[in-house]
Design a binder for this molecule. Structure first.
Ligand code: G3P
Ligand code: CA
Length: 258
């Protein structure tokens, strides 16, 4: 017996970290650039500062994407806000700041855009980061419009986000199938009452799509940067695609891509 599919009120295409590699990831310039390419759904990485503010950064450490050093979550938001998160990318973005998640969320709200918050905790802060994401959205995101999507590789982060904000849809991120079949990961996603499984794109097979859809969950993929790969996922009947290539893929495309 199959279960009714969970709602998926999001565009198929989501812009990864704002605009992939075209602008410094997780900065407001990146999200603006993604929007200029027609994207209406944005993935970002959120973690907690030392003083409990959610900010955007992928890595736990500052070196790759800022001029800072050490663990980002060990700085206050005041310190994080002074970092240069653009020069590593290119001169045009020198001085770009790391935004708070609240700033991005308010920009999405003001522009009627959809948001996928990947809860990306500094190691050891899985639970408080999940709770903080739920609390922030409870405070600022109106209940009568499409909610953001929370995703995480960390089941404990999704569990805590759910406890605080059960109405916000969740997706379990999976980089490698725990048991090779997807059954173990699907069980975790079902236990968390997730709406979706968001997999490393190569993991999807017709059998796994049928299994996940059959359980009522949506199927999404990261990070899809090739036309052949996008076409494969569309042909498989999956629901979401997260891409760096906002310059290559038109987000208005819904059927055959190529
Ligand atoms: O949210 C999908 C994708 O961003 C997960 O991987 O390492 O790019 O955060 P990563
Ligand atoms: Ca991410």
């Amino acid at each position: 017996m199959t279960t009714a599919l969970k709602p998926w009120p999001y565009p198929r295409w989501a812009a990864h970290r704002g605009a992939g590699k075209l602008a410094p990831e997780n900065t407001m310039s990146a999200f603006r650039l993604g929007a200029q390419h027609g994207y209406r759904f944005f993935e970002c990485d959120a973690k907690l500062s030392k003083d409990g503010v959610l900010f955007l950064m992928h890595d736990a450490t500052l070196e790759r994407t800022t001029n800072g050093h050490g663990i980002g979550g060990e700085l206050t938001m005041g310190e994080i806000a002074q970092l240069d998160a653009g020069s590593w990318h290119s001169r045009a973005y020198a001085g770009e700041a790391l935004p708070t998640l609240e700033a991005l969320a308010r920009w999405c709200l003001a522009n009627h855009l959809h948001l996928n918050v990947e809860i990306k905790p500094t190691p050891g802060q899985e639970e408080e980061t999940g709770r903080a994401c739920g609390e922030l959205m409870n405070r600022i995101w109106p209940k009568d419009i499409v909610q953001p999507l929370f995703t995480s590789f960390k089941a404990s982060s999704l569990k805590c986000a759910r406890e605080v904000a059960p109405h916000i849809p969740r997706g379990l991120l999976v980089d490698k199938l725990a048991d090779g079949t997807g059954d173990a990961d699907l069980k975790i996603a079902l236990d968390l009452d997730c709406s979706a499984m968001v997999l490393n794109q190569g993991l999807w097979s017709p059998e796994l799509v049928a299994k996940v859809h059959g359980a009522g969950l949506r199927c999404s993929s990261y990070t899809v940067n090739d036309e052949w790969a996008a076409q494969r996922l569309i042909d498989l009947g999956t629901d979401g695609i997260i891409t760096d290539r906002v310059d290559l893929f038109s987000p208005a495309q819904t059927g055959k891509h190529i």
